[in-house]
Design a protein around this ligand. Structure first.
Ligand SMILES: Cc1ncc(COP(=O)(O)OP(=O)(O)O)c(N)n1
Ligand SMILES: Cc1ncsc1CCOP(=O)(O)O
Ligand SMILES: [Mg+2]
Length: 236
């Protein structure tokens, strides 16, 4: 198994300009990082490559301003080209998150080298067998979900019959137990889900709208982080 120091996916924000109700992406990233979020993923299905590089730069800069560059992981969704371009411009971006129909993990690993982070969305169908048997030697974590259907990504969890499969808390506990790499859970996750999620054995939760659409993103991010940490510490 890979042994990546400093990878903390306990509180993971996925964010792009289409999610923020017109507010600057970087100010919400700053709020989240100051609140204790440990991982940020830049995800946009509308931004150009140049816009994504610029957003990644701004995200890296704002994380640096908070003094947490060494603790907070910055990833880019889907775009290996953007990660490579950003790194060649000296931007501190730490890796990529890909899904089942994106650039294959082995290609990402070939281009990113051994030190960068690669996360992969788990398959929807036959999830438990998949988690047990998938080759995870080049991977750092699995994204699993959705916990609930979500308008942020309506196609999340669509199975072979075209219907969305949501994951129960028991499913997530089983995935966390079967997986030999960390698991982060998302899709419709809100504050009320955190106490039960924290008891599943998952390493973390990921959210978009709970933070990016909140009236007060910093307060909501703080509530999410504190609740996760409180429930996790009760398990020790
Ligand atoms: C942490 C995390 N988990 C899952 C996803 C979904 O990735 P993917 O299935 O490739 O879908 P898109 O995000 O690309 O629409 C994610 N982004 N992050
Ligand atoms: C990016 C992504 N991947 C799986 S679900 C999802 C969106 C989750 O958004 P929200 O937290 O608003 O439900
Ligand atoms: Mg993808």
């Amino acid at each position: 198994m890979r042994n990546i120091k400093n990878l903390d996916i306990s509180a993971y924000l996925v964010i792009g300009p289409e999610n923020t109700k017109g507010r600057p992406v970087v100010s919400i990233i700053k709020d989240a990082v100051e609140a204790g979020f440990t991982c940020i993923q830049i995800r946009s299905k509308v931004a150009s490559a140049r816009e994504l590089i610029q957003l990644t730069r701004q995200a890296a800069d704002v994380i640096e301003e908070t003094g947490k560059s060494q603790e907070v992981t910055l990833l880019v969704n889907d775009r290996l080209d953007v990660v490579l371009a950003a790194r060649s411009q000296g931007i501190k971006v730490d890796g990529i998150h890909v899904g089942q129909t994106d650039i294959p993990v082995n290609v990402c690993r070939e281009y990113l080298g051994g030190d960068l982070i690669i996360g992969l969305s788990a398959r929807v169908d036959q999830l438990f067998d998949y988690i047990k048997t998938e080759d995870v030697s080049q991977l750092d974590y699995f994204g699993v979900g959705p916990l609930h259907e979500t308008s942020t990504k309506p196609d999340c969890g669509i199975g072979e019959d075209g219907k969305v499969i949501t994951r129960s808390i028991d499913d997530i506990a089983k995935v966390a137990e079967l997986s030999s790499i960390p698991v982060v859970v998302g899709g419709g996750v809100k504050l009320a889900d955190i106490p039960t999620l924290a008891q599943t054995g998952a390493h973390g939760f990921f959210v978009v709208s709970a933070v990016t659409e909140a009236d007060n993103p910093k307060q909501e991010a703080t509530n999410l982080v504190n609740t996760w940490n409180n429930y996790k510490s009760k398990l020790i």
